[in-house]
Design a protein around this ligand. Structure first.
Ligand code: C5P
Length: 219
């Protein structure tokens, strides 16, 4: 058995981007590296939690000491999350694509003289909102992330209400901050108790602080 403040607790973490196929060789993705989610998975495991780590195709390797479930698409991520429940806490750090190509081609799209292909999109399931709004078996603590480029706290506060999660960890991912893909993060923790502005620190330090807060909340 593990030791630590989260011993005996099962925590789900989503991390990384999703890849939404266009055809067998092309996909739509985003710039999430998976660094913050991976740091979180590591910190939660180091605090004694049993961690299920559901990850899209991230740049960084998943942490040691967690149960890794690899997925490509948002729909697969939702299925993996539902299969991992029940759990005590769930942290949604993945950058899930909002849209997928409605009918991905099962053959590689070819250049033709008839012009460019047209892509039709369909909306992906909102995994965080789905879990937050579960009427049975909802994790005791549901934490979402919000990557914003403007009005960070206002948007995060509205997002917490809209999705129904307990906390939102909000960060400014404007390119000039160097946060997306970088090693540091400056976050605001939004809960029903209000907003905390944390100083800029390493993603590992953010993860350790969040793991400590999660442990305190589950006590
Ligand atoms: O709405 P937005 O994408 O900004 O919300 C971000 C939060 O919602 C993150 O915690 C992200 O992991 C989660 N999310 C999700 N499923 C989606 C979209 C976002 O779980 N389809």
């Amino acid at each position: 058995l593990r030791a630590g403040p989260l011993a005996g607790k099962r925590v789900l973490v989503t991390s990384g981007p999703t890849h939404e196929p266009i055809d067998p060789v092309r996909y739509i993705a985003n710039r999430s590296s998976g660094a913050q989610g991976t740091a979180l998975g590591a910190a939660l495991a180091a605090s004694g939690a049993e961690v299920v780590f559901v990850t899209g195709p991230a740049d960084v390797a998943p942490p040691a000491g967690v149960q890794v479930v690899r997925v490509q698409t948002a729909q697969q991520m939702l299925e993996a999350v539902q299969a991992a429940l029940p759990c005590d806490a769930a942290v949604f750090a993945a950058a899930v694509a909002d849209w997928r190509v409605a009918s991905a081609s099962d053959r590689k799209l070819k250049k033709t003289r008839d012009g460019m292909p047209k892509l039709d999109f369909a909306e992906n399931p909102d995994i965080l909102a789905t879990v937050s709004q579960m009427t049975q078996g909802r994790p005791a603590l549901v934490v979402g992330f919000a990557a914003e480029t403007n009005d960070v706290v206002e948007n995060a506060t509205a997002k917490r209400k809209r999705k129904g999660c307990d906390w939102i960890v909000a960060n400014d991912v404007s390119p000039e901050t160097g946060i997306m893909g970088g090693t540091e993060n400056a976050v605001h923790l939004v809960s029903d108790a209000g907003v905390e502005d944390w100083p800029r620190m390493g993603k590992d330090a953010v993860a350790q602080e969040l793991a400590a807060r999660i442990a305190a909340a589950l006590e």
